[in-house]
Design a protein around this ligand. Structure first.
Ligand code: SF4
Length: 447
């Protein structure tokens, strides 16, 4: 938790010696609280006070980096419990577990399939982040070989899962440059794995059955040299797991408990394909940093990634597209012109239906500050004046030779006013986007 100016002042020597360039210690403390100066400017501060100030400047939940390059995943460093208080910054990683007992062919096919689990939704690419290789038995050579093969086949981040510390250390050393996660240190093996994580600079999962056991194990792992940690509690019913995840998030943020100041990880145990999805979504909501599951079908992964995308948007800034006239398909001067707002969900829903109609059209997204049609209309952001301005600004008079504009059915009430202001004939479109394909076909037939 960041210190206030007065908290900082209490830690300073209070001699007002001016060596920092400020007239008083209080003035220096106030600037330090605003992060306008560095603590180094005070030569008189004690080592203990300096350490306390530096610790308070650290984020309450440590940022942990997994993987490398474009596929790098960052988790942690969150500031709030509830999304509406600010926003969540680092989307939870989603990873697929692959067992080293599977055949080479099966492993290759699965990795290639996972590599393709990437979808475009409302203008953003949403993808799986990690592949977790789990050692099924105790064959160290097999685990190493599979880890090496998976690393060759994917650019995604890698999680190494094994109960055998020697296997984990050997596999981690092979692919250390890829910055994999070592899973997992427990009270029996933590010294060995913490030393390996420190030596290779890798993140380490620390696992204990309960929060109490975890609170004892984390400082021990820190003392053994590992500080990039990810926390996991034992297998338990969903409600109890959510409780654990909530406490791991809550303690550093609300109780200033730095021991738990790391992101968390969950592994889905259910064999039911639908339960896996529900559990993964539950844990992303509250508050896992990484979720690993065996299910890898697109119908399982898409809802998980969609939920994650929604949770990690800024609730105060709706997702928006750039306001402009978008040509959809091979447009020409006879193509219809449709109007919508620049709220991403509205735009992409209409876009999908226009594409489905196979009739090339211009789609104008009016700048409504990211509001949907009815909300923007009620807030007077989607008005005849604004639509008329967009028609002109985006060059519709130069792009088409006809004088017809299609507006959403929900704002039929503005037809007369818009017709008068724009000089275009206003055609009222369907209320729901699903009606667009048949609507466009009908107006095309009507000429
Ligand atoms: S140098 Fe340190 S002790 Fe001296 S005035 Fe500045 S803050 Fe106070």
């Amino acid at each position: 938790m960041a210190f206030s100016g007065l908290d900082i002042y209490k830690l300073l020597p209070k001699t007002n010696c001016r060596k920092c360039g400020f007239p008083t210690c209080l003035a220096f403390a106030m600037q330090l609280a605003k992060k306008a100066v560095s603590v180094e400017k005070c030569p008189e501060i004690t080592a203990a006070a300096k350490a306390a100030l530096e610790a308070s400047a650290q984020p309450p939940i440590k940022l942990i980096t997994v993987g490398e390059g474009e596929q790098k995943l960052e988790i942690g460093n969150e500031n709030v419990l509830f999304r509406h208080e600010e926003k969540f910054f680092h989307p939870a990683g989603v990873g697929i577990i692959i067992n080293d007992a599977a055949s080479d062919e099966e492993i290759k096919n699965r990795v290639e399939h996972v590599n393709k689990l990437s979808f475009e939704r409302i203008g953003q690419q949403i993808s799986v982040n990690l592949i977790a290789v789990r050692q099924a038995g105790s064959d160290k050579a097999r685990f190493e070989a599979v880890v090496k093969k998976v690393a060759e086949l994917t650019k995604l981040g890698i999680v190494l899962i094994s109960a055998d510390a020697a296997s984990l250390k050997a596999a981690a050393a092979h692919i250390a440059k890829r910055k994999p996660i070592i899973h997992a240190a427990n009270k029996e093996n933590y010294q060995e794995l913490a030393a390996a994580a420190k030596e290779l600079s890798l993140p380490l999962v620390v696992k204990a059955d309960t929060l109490e056991e975890l609170s004892e194990l984390i400082p021990a792992v820190n003392s053994a040299g590992a500080n990039d940690l990810i926390l996991q509690t034992g297998d338990k019913p969903v409600n109890k797991k959510i409780w654990d995840l909530t406490q791991i998030r809550r303690m550093p943020l609300k109780k200033n408990n730095r021991v738990f100041g790391y992101p968390s990880l969950t592994v889905i145990k259910s064999n039911d394909t639908y339960e896996q999805v529900i559990e993964a979504c539950d844990y992303i909501l509250k508050y896992t940093g990484i979720v690993l599951l065996e299910g890898f079908e697109a119908y399982q992964i898409l809802p998980i990634l969609t939920l994650r995308q929604n949770i990690y948007t800024d609730p105060q800034k709706p997702l928006q597209v750039e306001p402009k006239a978008y040509p959809i398909g091979q447009v020409n001067e006879n193509s219809p012109v449709l109007i919508t707002t620049n709220f991403s969900l509205s735009y992409y829903t209409v876009l999908g239906e226009v594409e489905a109609s196979k009739i090339p059209a211009f789609l104008i997204s009016v700048d409504t500050e990211g509001m949907s049609v009815l909300t923007a209309w009620a807030a007077e952001k989607f008005t005849p004046d604004k639509i008329n301005e967009s028609i002109k600004k985006f060059g519709i008079p130069e792009k088409v030779k006809h004088k017809n504009i299609v507006i959403p059915g929900y704002v039929a009430v503005m037809s007369g006013d818009l017709e008068e202001k724009s000089g275009y004939r206003i055609i009222v479109g369907p209320r729901e986007a699903a009606g667009i394909p048949s609507f466009l076909k009908n107006i095309q037939k009507a000429g």
